[in-house]
Design a protein around this ligand. Structure first.
Ligand SMILES: [Zn+2]
Length: 475
């Protein structure tokens, strides 16, 4: 049965590559993935999936079901691109469309690898090898905010037994690292305009408030746990020096390993912002853009995926792939690999060294990172607090390639990315079939999840009534 699913992906590789390449060309930003989501929906409905589109207040969010009854296995797909990363599928920098977005995080592969998995599982259901429901979750805007958190809030994950996802990366590896919880918030200050030279006494500078808030926040850094990260950009600071800015705003990310820590820091940051208004005689409003949890993986799911990875094997890169990769490697900063492998635990150094000698990861790396925290944030986390979840990566990029880069846009649009994607589709399909065949695995995963979350109930990180931040989209 596992062989059949792997065979299905192999036999349908042209279809999957075609859909992936189209999404790569569309390269649509978060919440604007109209063509990308339409193409995925079309492919799923043509295969007989029943689709619910335009869910959770987002036109590009959807889910699609096939089969019936329990267990319900959910596979997550993403398809948003990143601004300014347009690039041809060449091993040297060559913009495809000037100033346009590009798939520098490989989400075209992510969406279609997951698509391949659910289609292969559908085939197994049709053949009568397994029973249950396979569900594809079309999750928009991963790069921008917690879209999945809105889907969770809408109850779209209430009936799912297991959720699985993957991410294009430079290693074939199951991830056990958690991620940082985060709040993304814009503080908008309002003051009064005046001529900055002739009657400054009449002005109240919103920019002063932003600057004083940032000073306060930077002093707060001394009195926080060391794992906290926060950073800001001034998104509006006025127009010209001779007009006292009446409007100014600053966008903050507050990150910490645990949700309660983010909430605590965020409350302190609000006080700092209030303090800035007192000092400058201005007013302030908060535009809460997004909040996310930290990821909590379920071991039972991780083990199933890990076994599937061994069954499926790693992507098979050929000579042409290697030539492309070696050419691309010339643009990678020399020490980027060494920096990257600082993250390898000492007991894994043996593997680390073996990997260092590769340009493309051709082996399966044992699961790594248990008890460690990745310093990024992901909205997969919010699902992991509600459903037993596992995640892995396959080699779709060259080793040492920076995240969110033109190099990754390039490999996401050619054979290296395609091979990583097809491998991921097989791994997800095989894992799903394993769960569908063994109800006790599903039950064990649920039990483990319930124990882990017994004293940690999930409460949406969004303030009441919060809507997806269409208001912040760049026109
Ligand atoms: Zn990504």
């Amino acid at each position: 049965m596992f062989r059949q699913a792997i065979k299905w992906v192999r036999a349908n590789r042209d279809l999957l590559i075609d859909v992936s390449d189209q999404i790569w060309q569309f390269a649509e930003l978060g919440l604007e993935e109209f063509k990308s989501s339409k193409l995925l929906i079309k492919t799923l409905s043509e295969a007989g999936f029943s689709v619910s589109s335009n869910v959770a207040d987002m036109p590009t969010a959807f889910y699609a079901d096939y089969g019936k009854g329990k267990p319900i296995i959910g596979i997550l797909g993403e398809y948003d691109a990143l601004p300014g990363l347009s690039q041809k599928a060449t091993p040297f920098k060559e913009v495809l469309t000037e100033g346009a977005p590009g798939h520098g995080c490989g989400h075209n592969l992510l969406g279609v690898g997951s698509l391949g998995a659910v289609l292969a599982v559908k085939d197994a259901i049709d053949l009568g090898s397994v029973s249950g429901t396979i569900r594809y979750y079309g999750c928009p805007a991963e790069e921008s905010f917690n879209a999945k958190g809105y889907m969770v809030r809408e109850g779209l994950f209430d009936d799912v037994d297991i959720a699985m996802t993957w991410h294009p990366g430079n290693l074939n590896m199951l991830n056990l690292r958690s991620s940082l919880s985060i709040n993304s918030v814009v503080f908008k200050f309002h003051g009064r305009t005046a001529h900055a030279s002739t009657d400054p006494q009449n002005g109240r500078s919103a920019l002063d408030a932003v600057e004083l808030m940032n000073i306060g926040a930077n002093f707060m850094r001394e009195h926080m746990i060391t794992d906290v990260r926060f950073h800001y950009v001034i998104t509006h600071g006025g127009e010209v020096p001779n007009v006292v800015p009446a409007e100014a705003e600053v966008h903050y990310f507050v990150r910490a390993p645990q949700r309660y820590q983010v909430e605590e820091l965020y409350a302190r940051l609000i006080n700092i912002a209030k303090g800035a208004t007192l000092m400058t005689d201005t007013t302030m409003e908060i535009d809460f853009l997004s909040g996310m949890y930290n990821t909590m993986y379920t071991k039972v799911v991780a083990d199933v995926i890990s076994n599937s990875m061994k069954k499926v094997g790693s992507p098979r890169f050929n000579k042409a792939d290697m030539t492309f990769a070696n050419e691309l490697k010339k643009s990678i900063p020399k020490n980027s690999l060494e920096e990257y492998y600082k993250f390898i635990p000492p007991d894994m150094m043996e593997f680390g060294k073996a990997i260092l000698s590769q340009t493309l990861n051709k082996s399966i790396i044992p699961p790594m990172g248990k008890g460690k925290v990745d310093l990024g944030s992901t909205d997969v986390a919010d699902i992991s607090w509600n459903v037993p979840l596992g995640e892995f990566g396959t080699a779709c990029e060259i080793l040492g390639s920076p995240g969110h880069s033109w190099q990754n846009t390039a490999t996401s649009g050619m054979s290296i990315g395609h091979k990583g994607m097809l491998t991921a589709a097989k791994i997800l399909a095989v894992s799903t079939l394993e769960f569908m065949q063994n109800p006790n695995l599903v039950e064990n995963a649920r039990k483990e999840h319930n124990i882990a979350h017994k004293d940690k109930p999930y409460k949406t990180p969004f303030p009441d009534g919060l809507k997806p931040p269409f208001r912040r989209l760049k026109k």
